[in-house]
Write a protein that binds this ligand. Structure first.
Ligand code: GLA
Length: 691
């Protein structure tokens, strides 16, 4: 079936209800192989009690279904799927390729990945394979063929789960196999060694190559390895893994019409983003994502919101699936802090508010053994007389009461999302390379600050790439677009000249796709559009700030320069860049382009946002949103569902009318929301708001 991200989520939700009416997905990873069979009856009884309607099965079962090469044992999986089907629980069936068994790694040691330091991984954890390994690919294809052909008509199965979190533990791989793959990828990209030498700037530090065989992955060297080599290796590594996904998905699609996905990892906050999800998303029938709170993040709910919005970007605005989150603590952070009462419901419904057509967890039953035994589950070690279980049952009820939301899209006050934030993977990857002006200049952190400003203001944001069609947005923000391709720069320029409003921040437009400086004044590609000529970066010391004439102080970064055609909205006051423009506005064509040459604190950002929204005609969903109260909206066929999530410790009152679906109460013009609570209000879309 050719879903192209449009109807695939509907295909799934339509199969989750007993009478064929769509239901939001609710459930999680189910690993019955970790438990004696007697436990399974209790599992399905409790799943029914909680209203579970979708479970992911078999993700880490390779060593059980193929105990020896070419020997398959499906008896237990047959029985599990039959039991789930008999109880009306649908299955997201894995092809089980995420964790090759010990027999495989023992027999094919060359299939194991190698670190930059030349250390070959051992087996004994998971994802112990190199994407370039032909042995791994052959074995994964054979296993996929077995599973897809055996279960293609099983009535419980409604979707396919390829692998698991690609690149989480084995990326990048610097093995000899990767070296060979990298060379052939480079030959395709550059054609000649001369073109590669130009692109990599190998005249620097005597790095000129004379033959393809000389080229290696960016393995550990005395100091910084060529940055373009590193960037190309990140691109290659993503593509190499994507080939694994495509090969397995193609086998499944040959046998079965059900949608195929693999679970993404959001921003992968604070870590390297191992693959380019924009490119990967094109290969998904349904975009699915895993999200875990960073427990000690003081605005973790906003980080969740940003990740959910980014996932919706990958899904091209269509409904997506929350494949994993946690009922409470995880096991992999320094301090694994349990969720407060009510936090799980807020988290799950935040994802739904931002376009997820369901909320699944890792995992159904908390493990007894293994590395994740302290990770929470839907069914905790302590059983059902627990906070977690009661909240799981409560969430199941809430999701049933919200079934009508499925298939709707996220909207803003105008009837569509008016603001886009640009988040190109290449800009992120390149900005994270070595030897830059300041370690504090972080593409992801600056992106999050801008998202947070809109979040606090109650203004929905989409995430887009610089090359996407942006014509539907009133305001576009490009936070630290350090690398911009020629086509991305031209697209943003054309967007402004056609009447758009574009904000560009510091350290943007600096390099081209080969990580070569765009010569002339900063910010390189955008200097003319923004009407500024900046000449020198003045990154700030740790804890230092630059005083501005308006919008508060700036952190991390400042710049020396001058306006050409731009109007200066704020300038630096004092210090080495005194008098340099810090926030500017420039008319270009029918639109306006703004430059922000430092990182603003939340108060200054809010003041700037008010000005930007006024200029661009962007309205919030609700005026004067109380602190730490989140609002989001989904819409379908003339109906709006307004989600209000109270993360604060105060009771709030908001001017919203309609039917509140979780409590079933008709609101007479005001919503009273207790601290920590969630409301979802259905209302007809007023004709003036309709597009
Ligand atoms: C990831 C994996 C799961 C599990 C969880 C734990 O999301 O996909 O298998 O390890 O992390 O948080």
């Amino acid at each position: 079936m050719d879903f192209n991200n449009t109807a695939a989520m509907d295909y799934i939700t339509a199969r989750l209800g007993s009478e064929g009416s769509p239901m939001l997905a609710f459930g999680g990873d189910y690993n019955p192989e970790q438990w004696p069979e007697e436990t399974w009856e209790e599992d399905v009884r409790l799943m029914r009690e909680a209203g579970v309607n979708l479970v992911s099965v078999g993700i880490f079962s390779w060593s059980l279904v193929e105990p020896a090469e070419g020997v398959y044992e499906f008896g237990w999986l047959d029985r599990v799927l039959d039991l789930l089907d008999a109880n009306g629980i649908r299955v997201d069936l894995a092809n089980a390729t995420a964790s090759p068994p010990p027999w495989f790694s023992h027999k094919y040691p060359q299939s194991l990945p190698v670190t930059a330091d030349g250390v070959r991984h051992s087996y004994g954890s998971r994802q112990a394979f190199a994407a370039s390994s032909s042995d791994y690919r052959r074995a994964a294809a054979a296993l996929t063929e077995q599973i897809a052909s055996r279960y293609k008509d099983h009535p419980a199965v409604v979707m396919w789960h390829v692998h698991n979190e690609y690149g989480c533990h084995n990326q990048p791989d610097y093995s000899d196999g990767a070296a060979a793959g990298f060379r052939s990828w480079l030959e395709d990209r550059y054609g000649t060694i001369e073109a590669l030498n130009d692109a990599w700037g190998t005249a620097f530090w005597s790095q000129r190559y004379t033959a393809w065989e000389e080229i290696l992955p960016p393995r550990t060297s005395g100091t910084w390895v060529n940055p373009t080599q590193q960037l190309d290796f990140a691109r290659y590594s993503s593509d190499e893994l994507l080939e694994c996904y495509k090969a397995e998905a193609a086998i499944i699609r040959f046998h079965s019409p059900h949608p195929v996905t693999t679970n993404f990892m959001g921003f992968n906050m604070g870590l390297h983003q191992p693959v380019d999800y924009w490119r990967w998303a094109e290969q998904m029938d349904v975009v699915s994502n895993d999200h875990y709170l960073i427990a000690e993040d003081t605005r973790k709910f906003q980080e969740l919101a940003a990740t959910a919005d980014l996932t919706r970007g990958w899904a091209n605005g269509k409904p997506w699936l929350l494949m994993e989150h946690s009922t409470s603590a995880v096991n992999w952070q320094p301090r694994n802090i349990a969720k407060a009462p009510g936090e799980m419901l807020r988290n799950a419904l935040q994802h739904v508010a931002r376009g997820a057509d369901g909320a699944l967890f890792f995992q159904w039953r908390a493990s007894r053994a293994g590395a994740e035994k302290f990770h929470s589950g839907m069914l905790p070690h302590a059983g059902t007389d627990t906070k977690v279980w009661r909240e799981v049952v409560q969430l199941g009820q809430a999701l049933r009461s919200l079934a009508e939301v499925s298939g709707s899209v996220v909207t803003g006050a105008s009837g569509r999302v008016d603001v886009a934030i640009i988040h190109d993977t290449g800009a992120r990857w390149a900005s994270e390379l070595d030897s830059h002006p300041s370690v504090d200049a972080s593409n992801v952190a600056e992106t999050r600050r801008w998202h947070d400003a809109f979040y606090r203001a109650g203004i929905p944001t989409d995430f887009r790439q610089s090359t996407d069609d942006l014509s539907g947005y009133r305001l576009v923000v490009a936070p630290m677009q350090y690398l911009v391709t020629d086509s991305g720069a031209a697209n943003l320029d054309a967007y402004v000249r056609a009447g758009g409003h574009l904000v560009v921040t510091y350290f943007s437009g600096i390099v081209d796709e080969n990580d070569h400086i765009r010569l002339g004044s900063y910010p390189g590609a955008f200097s003319g559009l923004l009407g500024v000529q900046m000449e020198e970066f003045f990154p700030l010391r740790a804890g230092e700030s630059v005083e501005l004439s308006r919008f508060g102080d700036g952190s991390f970064w400042s710049e020396l320069g001058q306006p050409t055609t731009a109007e200066v909205l704020a300038e630096a006051v004092g210090g080495p860049v005194t008098g340099s423009p810090a926030v500017t506005r420039n008319a270009a064509g029918d639109g306006r382009a703004y430059y922000v040459a430092t990182s603003l604190a939340p108060e200054g950002m809010a003041a700037l946002l008010a000005l930007l929204c006024e200029d661009a005609g962007v309205e919030p969903l609700l005026q004067n949103l109380p602190e730490d109260v989140e609002v989001a909206r989904r819409s379908k066929e003339g109906t709006d569902w307004t989600f209000v999530i109270n993360h604060s410790s105060e009771r709030v009152q908001l001017p919203i009318s309609g039917l509140e679906l979780i409590g079933g109460e008709d609101l007479g013009g005001a919503l009273e929301l207790a601290a920590g609570s969630v409301a979802v209000v259905r209302s007809p879309r007023s004709p003036s708001e309709a597009q």
